[in-house]
Write a protein that binds this ligand. Structure first.
Ligand code: SF4
Ligand code: SF4
Length: 197
């Protein structure tokens, strides 16, 4: 039995085309024209969909999770009561808190604690927002509208309590719209020394 061989004839291409010279030239022409269009041409004609950060910034969506902040009370003390809910909920284990008692002459003494140390390692953070959801006091938020400034120093990404309290929300406020009644105020829902247990 003989096996038939089908011969496929090559198309008619010139040696120049076979060397890809015209195609290389066409590709280079396109690359060079796009280069000048995107670098020295009018910005509106640019085909590059990037911004010149940090001189230019995009408008972030309203629910964008930015770097954390610790919210303030009216007296500028931290709203945080060092309950550790956020650090417990954090899947990246990047929140470290040391709790402390208020001074004995403070009405909060014996009823609330405050964070003597509050550190977030923003490089380990995965920006899941669980810490914000877990907080019973609305004391930690990610509504700063900022992302971390770039740095080559590892230590620049370890944010301590003072740093976290130095950031305002995107609305410029260090507090939040969620009211908080303090011990001694009529609207205070919990217990205090005057009302007793
Ligand atoms: S956003 Fe997520 S990973 Fe980051 S500190 Fe909060 S809980 Fe941890
Ligand atoms: S930020 Fe909120 S959840 Fe975290 S320790 Fe303070 S009060 Fe608790």
């Amino acid at each position: 039995m003989t096996v038939g061989v089908k011969v496929i004839k090559k198309g008619d291409i010139t040696p120049l085309e076979e060397a890809y010279v015209p195609e290389v030239a066409r590709g280079l022409k396109l690359t060079i024209s796009r280069f000048f269009q995107n670098t020295v041409g009018k910005p509106e004609n640019s085909a590059i969909d990037t911004v010149k950060y940090p001189e230019e910034k995009r408008q972030y969506p309203e629910r964008f999770r930015g770097i954390h902040r610790l919210t303030h009370r009216a007296d500028h003390s931290p709203r945080c009561v060092a309950c550790l809910c956020c650090s417990t909920a954090c899947p990246a284990q990047c929140i470290y808190i040391e709790a402390a008692e208020y001074e004995p002459d403070d009405p909060r003494y014996g009823y609330e604690r405050f964070p003597k140390v509050f550190i977030i390692d923003e490089l380990r953070c995965i920006f899941c927002g669980y810490c914000v959801e877990a907080c019973p006091c609305d004391a930690i938020r990610m509504d700063t509208g900022m992302h971390m400034p770039p740095s080559t120093e590892r230590g620049h990404f370890i944010y301590d309590k003072e740093t976290l309290m130095s950031f305002p929300g995107a609305d410029g406020s260090y507090r939040n719209a969620n009211p908080r009644s303090e011990p001694g105020e009529d609207a205070f829902p919990g217990i205090d020394r005057e009302r007793g247990h």
